[in-house]
Structure formats: structure tokens, C-alpha cells
Design a protein around this ligand. Structure first.
Ligand code: UD1
Length: 362
């Protein structure tokens, strides 16, 4: 079970829900072992979202579904696209096809919450001082090869300043992963309408926190940096390290998932609305660990990465209340404290060789 799922289970149980978990204990995340954080008060079904019989087993007696199971690496989704589409798209639609065919099951389900991703937006949102807010195309390879990192206004060529991405931004879907997440969300909303079951799709921004795999090189940047620094290696920072991301603490996501069983309908950005740069994150991790490992700012880039993105979370706050998100320094401190008791296999280099082999754009 992944880190967002496990925190969601803990939150549900703390709130008095009875929980059934379906999980396939994916090898890339768990290295063939059962994680030690499994909540004993939940019931576990080892199953695969691609198989209707597994969903049938897990859904017996259930009244709501929080569907988080997915393959999650953007780069890897290019060279394992069939796996990504099978798990994320076929996996999701297997649930809905089953509900369509089993009227009694459909009747018993009163809410469905699914995990979508900000990655479906592609590039973030920007403002040009002369031409207002714009949604740019992906930066071209020749621009990136010249080390010209900032997104530019298509009208006057001036660099844009990043603004929060609103839900209205049309999907750009620049990789199989984001396409699969957009499909997950659309399937949830389309079947919600067709079957009359209310659904919520949260577009997660950059989730981080305890239990994030420190050995999965396809996970988010914070876990990768932490794993490098714990292994005494310099974290490799692409571009110039001033990229902005919206890091949201995993327990905040877990609470939102639980709240969504009782309220909300449709699509919501789930991010803090506060941007931080990658270089800031390296400093924060070093400070927490008491290390002083300098980032290796390569000036290299990963084709397909966004320059900046962070959430406009007004819609979320309106429906789910004026939530105070966990502060970044508190969250990083909890992540680092947890990591002290964990083994971190740094597999950055092997993942990078694969990326360069399959996506040689740079
Ligand atoms: C990430 C996740 C995506 C998830 C989304 C929202 C991955 C690969 N990306 O996208 O699945 O849906 O958040 O939660 O899982 N970087 C470095 N050095 C590294 C790794 C990354 O400098 O070793 C840089 C990247 O170039 C990028 C930034 O860090 O500029 C963020 O990268 P990443 O964590 O992969 O995140 P997103 O693309 O934001």
C-alpha cells in the first residue's frame, strides 16, 4: 500500500470508519516486503485493480470507495506506457464497469473519491505584465538546450511570472502518466453522472511525507533528494534549481480524502497554494539532517518537466473549509525524522540511465 493510501487508512480509522484495503503490494514500491506501517484495524485484500474478481471481493459490504491505486512515475510512463494505462485507466474502469453490471453493488455505494494529478495541466499558469494570464505551450527543446529556462509570453516574449493554476486550465497531458490520470478523473465523473453516484477527483500537487518510498527513483523529487543526501551523495538538481512546486504534506491529503466521503463533488486542486523552489528544499533537508551537502546543479534538464506549478486552491477551500495546511518546515521535519529509521537505496543513477536511453531529448 502506498504512502497516500496508508495515511488515508489511518485517518479513516481515527474517524471511526471500518476500512477494507485492496492493494497488490507493488514490488517497485515495497521491494517484495509487506510495509511495516499497515494499520492492523483495517482488513486487507491482496488484489489487483485490473481484475473484476478482485474488486468484487474487496467491495463486499462497502458503502464508499477511495480509489488511489496507480503507477506514478512520469518518465517511466513513457517506457512502460502499457503498464501505466492498464493499471491507471483499465484499473479504474474495471471498477465502474463492475458497478454498472451489478445493480445491488451500485446501490450500496454512495460516494467515490479518486486520485487525479496536477500533472494533467502540463505547464503551469503564468502572467505577463503586459498581456495578462496565459497558459503556455511546453518549452521547446532548443530553448532548453540553450539553458533558457523561463516560460515566455507568446505575444511579446517576456518571461512570465508563475501564478496558481486554476481548475479551468485546459488539460495539456504531456505524457502517458498524465493522460492516464486525466482518464481516471473523466471516468469517475462520467460514470458518476451515468450511475448517479457522487464523485470527487482531487488533483494532487507534489505530495510528500513519511512512508514515501525512499528507494523508488520514480517517486517525487523530495524523496529522491532525501535519499541522495542520506547516502552522502549530492542531490542532482535539473535546470537551475529555481523551479517552483507546491509541496503538500501527505496527512493533509489523507484528511481531504476522508472529508470527501461526506462533501464535495467534481474536480478540485489539492495543493497548498504556496510555491517553493527546489534549492529551498535541498537547504531544508540539509538543515533537518544537520548535513551540508551541496546540490549538484547540472544545468541539464528532463524533457517534459514543467518550469513552475502551484495550485490555485480557492475551489477546494470553499467546499472543504478554510483548511490550514501543514507548514513546509513542520512537514519536512516529520519526513526527515521518519527517514532516520529507514533504509534508503539510492537508485537515482540507474533510473537516470534508463531515462536517457529511452527519452534522449536532452
Ligand atoms: C510529480 C510526480 C507526479 C505527480 C505530481 C503531483 C513523478 C516523477 N512526478 O510531478 O507523479 O503526479 O508530482 O503529485 O512522480 N528534479 C530534480 N532532480 C531530481 C528529480 C526531479 O531536479 O532528482 C526536478 C524536476 O526536473 C522538476 C522538479 O524536480 O523540475 C519536480 O519533479 P518531480 O518530483 O518529478 O515532480 P513533478 O513533475 O512536479
Amino acid at each position: 500500500m502506498g504512502f497516500i493510501g496508508s495515511h488515508t487508512v489511518d485517518s479513516l480509522i481515527a474517524d471511526g470508519y471500518d476500512v477494507v484495503v485492496m492493494d497488490n503490494l507493488e514490488r517497485q514500491v515495497h521491494l517484495g516486503k509487506r510495509p511495516d506501517y499497515l494499520n492492523r484495524k483495517a482488513k486487507y485484500v491482496i488484489g489487483d485493480v485490473r481484475f473484476q474478481k478482485d474488486w468484487s471481493k474487496a467491495l463486499r459490504g462497502v458503502d464508499s470507495v477511495i480509489h488511489l491505486a496507480a503507477s506514478v512515475g512520469i518518465g517511466q510512463s513513457f517506457w512502460e506506457s502499457r503498464k501505466y494505462l492498464q493499471t491507471n485507466v483499465v484499473g479504474t474502469t474495471t471498477l465502474f464497469e463492475l458497478l454498472t453490471k451489478e445493480p445491488a453493488l451500485k446501490k450500496s455505494i454512495s460516494k467515490i473519491v479518486v486520485a487525479s494529478s496536477k500533472s494533467l495541466y502540463g505547464e503551469g499558469a503564468y502572467r505577463c505584465s503586459r498581456h495578462g494570464v496565459f497558459y503556455p505551450e511546453q518549452r521547446g527543446l532548443s530553448q532548453l538546450r540553450a539553458g533558457d529556462w523561463e516560460v515566455r509570453c507568446a505575444v511579446c516574449g517576456a518571461p512570465g511570472s508563475a501564478v496558481g493554476v486554476p481548475e479551468e486550465k485546459p488539460p495539456q497531458n504531456l505524457n502517458p502518466y498524465s493522460l492516464s490520470k486525466y482518464a481516471t478523473e473523466r471516468l469517475a465523473l462520467d460514470y458518476s453522472y451515468a450511475l448517479g453516484i457522487p464523485a470527487v477527483a482531487f488533483r494532487y500537487f507534489n505530495a510528500y511525507g513519511p512512508r514515501q518510498s525512499l528507494s523508488n527513483p520514480y517517486t517525487g523529487v523530495l524523496a529522491i533528494f532525501l535519499s541522495r543526501i542520506k547516502n552522502g551523495k549530492r542531490p542532482v538538481v535539473f535546470e537551475d534549481g529555481n523551479q517552483l512546486r507546491d509541496f503538500i504534506y501527505v496527512e493533509d491529503i489523507a484528511h481531504a480524502n476522508v472529508l470527501a466521503l461526506e462533501r464535495g463533488e467534481g474536480v478540485y486542486n489539492l495543493g497548498t497554494g504556496r510555491p517553493s523552489s527546489l534549492l529551498q528544499m535541498v537547504t531544508m533537508i540539509n538543515n533537518e539532517l544537520g548535513t551540508g551537502i551541496e546540490p549538484d546543479v547540472t544545468g541539464d534538464f528532463r524533457p517534459g518537466d514543467n518550469r513552475h506549478d502551484f495550485a490555485d486552491n480557492m475551489k477546494f477551500l470553499k467546499s472543504f473549509g478554510p483548511k490550514v495546511f501543514t507548514g513546509l518546515s513542520d512537514g519536512v521535519s516529520k519526513l526527515v525524522e521518519w527517514s532516520l529509521r529507514q533504509k534508503a537505496q539510492d537508485r537515482f543513477s540507474s533510473a537516470e540511465s534508463l531515462r536517457k536511453k529511452y527519452i534522449p531529448g536532452a
